[in-house]
Design a protein around this ligand. Structure first.
Ligand code: GTP
Ligand code: MG
Length: 296
C-alpha cells in the first residue's frame, strides 16, 4: 500500500463521519447546509473555534453559494488553514530533536520511527535516553535504536535526564552525527517541577549545540481530540514547541484535531503517526491530508 492509501485508510473513520455527511448535505439550502456542516465538523473534532472560522470563511465566499462549488471552496479553506508543509529544520548539523508530550502520547515510538525515517533519507542519528524516570523506558528506547540501527546514549535509571542529554550532545559533536533525538519522560502537563526539568534539558541542548537547530516536537495522541489543545498550550509556554507530531491517527475518528491545532495554536503539524511499525511515520502533507479527508 502506498502512503496516500495508508493515510486514507487511517482517516477512514474521520472521513466516514465527515464526507458521508457532506455528500448528503452538499445540495441542501444554505441555512441547512451550514447547520449540518457545523455539526459534522464538531463531531470530527475540528473544535468550536476552528469550526466557526471555517463557517465564516465559507459564508464570505460568494462562490460557495453554488452547491456544486461548495466542496471545492471548503477544500481551499482547509488548505489555507493548514498552510505550507513544515519540514524539520536539521541544518546545519548536528541538529537536535526534543520529543515532548504527556504519558503514553507516543513519544518513544515516534522517536524510533523518526530515526528510521531520517536514516532512510541518509542522515546519521543518535538517540538520548532522557526518560530515566519510568521503569523500562531506557530499554524500550534501546530496542528502537536497534531496530532503526542508530546509536544510543544511556545512563542508569533514575539518573539526571539533563546529564544524559549533555553526554549525547558531546557524542554527536565528537562523532560527527547529524541528528540527536532525545526522549523525555511523559509528564502531566500540570506538574510544575517536571516542566522545570524539561526547561533544563532544553537549556543544555541549546547551550551544548550552539548554532544548531533545536526542534521541540510535541507528540499528541489523535484519539484524545480537543484535550490535546490544552496540553499543547502548557508545553508551548514551558519550552516553546516548534511543531506537532500527531500520533495514532490510524483508527482515530478525530483526525479533525489537526485543523484545531493549527488555528488554536498556530503550530504546524510536521508528522503524523499511522501505526506502531518502523515505517508508520509520515511527513505531514496538507493537500494530501485534505484530499484524504474530503474525497470519498
Ligand atoms: N496505533 C498506533 N499506536 C501508537 C502510535 N504511536 C504510538 N503508539 C502506541 O502507543 C503506546 C504508547 O507509546 P509510547 O511511544 O510508549 O508513548 P510515550 O509517550 O513514550 O509514553 P511514556 O514514555 O509512558 O510517556 C504504545 O503502545 C505504542 O505502540 C501510532 O501512531 N499508532
Ligand atoms: Mg516513552
Amino acid at each position: 500500500m502506498n502512503w496516500l492509501d495508508r493515510l486514507r485508510e487511517s482517516l477512514a473513520r474521520t472521513r466516514a463521519q465527515l464526507t458521508a455527511r457532506l455528500g448528503e448535505i452538499v445540495g441542501a439550502p444554505p441555512a441547512e447546509f451550514f447547520q449540518q456542516l457545523e455539526a459534522a465538523l464538531i463531531e470530527g473534532d475540528v473544535g468550536v473555534a476552528t469550526t466557526q472560522h471555517i463557517l465564516r470563511q465559507l459564508s464570505d465566499r460568494r462562490d460557495a453559494r453554488d452547491p456544486a462549488a461548495r466542496l471545492a471552496v471548503l477544500r481551499e479553506i482547509l488548505l489555507d488553514i493548514l498552510g505550507a508543509p513544515a519540514p524539520l529544520r536539521l541544518d546545519p548539523p548536528p541538529a537536535a530533536v526534543l520529543m515532548l508530550g504527556v504519558n503514553g502520547a507516543g513519544k518513544t515510538t515516534t522517536i524510533g520511527k523518526l530515526a528510521h525515517h531520517l536514516k532512510t533519507s541518509g542522515r546519521t542519528v543518535l538517540l538520548a535516553a532522557a526518560d530515566t524516570f519510568r521503569a523500562g523506558a531506557i530499554d524500550q528506547l534501546a530496542i528502537w535504536a536497534q531496530r532503526a540501527e542508530c546509536e544510543l546514549v544511556r545512563h542508569a535509571p533514575g539518573a539526571d535526564p539533563a546529564a544524559v542529554v549533555y553526554d549525547a550532545a558531546q557524542a554527536v559533536k565528537a562523532r560527527g552525527i547529524d541528528v540527536l533525538i532525545a526522549d523525555t519522560a511523559g509528564r502531566l502537563h500540570t506538574k510544575t517541577n517536571l516542566m522545570e526539568e524539561l526547561k533544563k534539558i532544553n537549556r543544555v541542548l541549546t547551550r551544548e549545540l550552539p548554532g544548531s537547530p533545536v526542534e521541540r516536537l510535541l507528540v499528541l495522541d489523535a484519539t484524545t481530540g480537543q484535550n490535546a489543545i490544552a496540553q499543547a498550550r502548557v508545553f508551548t509556554e514551558a519550552v516553546g514547541v516548534t511543531g506537532i507530531v500527531l500520533a495514532k491517527l490510524d483508527g482515530s475518528a478525530k483526525g479533525g484535531v489537526v485543523l484545531a491545532v493549527r488555528t488554536a495554536l498556530g503550530l504546524p503539524v510536521k508528522f503524523v503517526g499511522l501505526g506502531e511499525g518502523l515505517d508508520d511515520l509520515q511527513p505531514f502533507d496538507p493537500p494530501q491530508f485534505v484530499d484524504a479527508l474530503l474525497t470519498a
